[in-house]
Design a protein around this ligand. Sequence first.
Ligand SMILES: Nc1ncnc2c1ncn2[C@@H]1O[C@H](COP(=O)(O)OP(=O)(O)O)[C@@H](O)[C@H]1O
Ligand SMILES: Nc1ccn([C@H]2C[C@H](O)[C@@H](COP(=O)(O)OP(=O)(O)O)O2)c(=O)n1
Length: 226
Amino acid sequence: MNTNKIPVIAIDGPSASGKGTVAQLVARKLGFHYLDSGALYRLVALKTMQLNTDTQNPIAVAEIAIHLNVFFKDEHIYLDDTIVTNAIRTEQCGIVASQLAAYPQVRAALTERQRAFRQLPGLVTDGRDMGSVIFPDAVLKIYLTASAEVRAQRRYKQLIEKGMNANIADLLQDIQKRDERDSSRSIAPLQQGVDAKLLDTTSLTISQAQDAVLSWYNDMLARTRV
Ligand SMILES: Nc1ncnc2c1ncn2[C@@H]1O[C@H](COP(=O)(O)OP(=O)(O)O)[C@@H](O)[C@H]1O
Ligand SMILES: Nc1ccn([C@H]2C[C@H](O)[C@@H](COP(=O)(O)OP(=O)(O)O)O2)c(=O)n1
């Protein structure tokens, strides 16, 4: 089947804005598949750290990305048959992922793997370039953000709930550095596309953010059915 007919909702945005949470809820509500593209970059970062790979060598890192042995099952993520669901969620893993994600070779190595998630009846995906590069024909594109201070608070609460160490001041600094790196890189920079709807969740609950996405999606459906 021509997968271009399969609907995609692309939710891009900066770190800890709530992209993944909202995307998963919307996917569940619509019965769509879900892709956390950031997890793939985090998995590459974890594997490079495990192998002590020279992260200054884009070719070596891209080789890891190409041969990544990963699968997603229910709530868990497996790397080489080992559960790494929490291991990839450390801030250190996020920082390394952000650094490696600036290599064109790494992005190219993960492109088709991401596009393979586009399966019937549909896909909801979150990341930095889902609407701009990976799925430019997405039926709905959203740029989901929040203030850096609120995002640091959210990530802090999230890490503490996972039993991980966290320091709010360090997190704010990491988030601001990651925002800068992800949005200033030459390839697939994080930015709100002209065709992406802005959803600032600074003062919204998770439920309100989910409802906003579902409302936009239903409006799109109504317009295309006319
Ligand atoms: N609107 C919101 N209000 C309060 N907390 C939120 C909101 N959206 C997400 N969260 C929480 O913030 C944390 C980070 O959300 P997450 O979806 O992991 O962000 P991202 O995928 O953008 O990095 C999670 O613990 C999540 O439950
Ligand atoms: N589609 C994507 C997803 C993530 N990345 C990079 C940039 C991000 O800082 C890291 C980690 O992404 P991830 O979405 O897991 O990070 P957050 O959960 O938003 O903190 O990977 C990317 O370049 N492109």
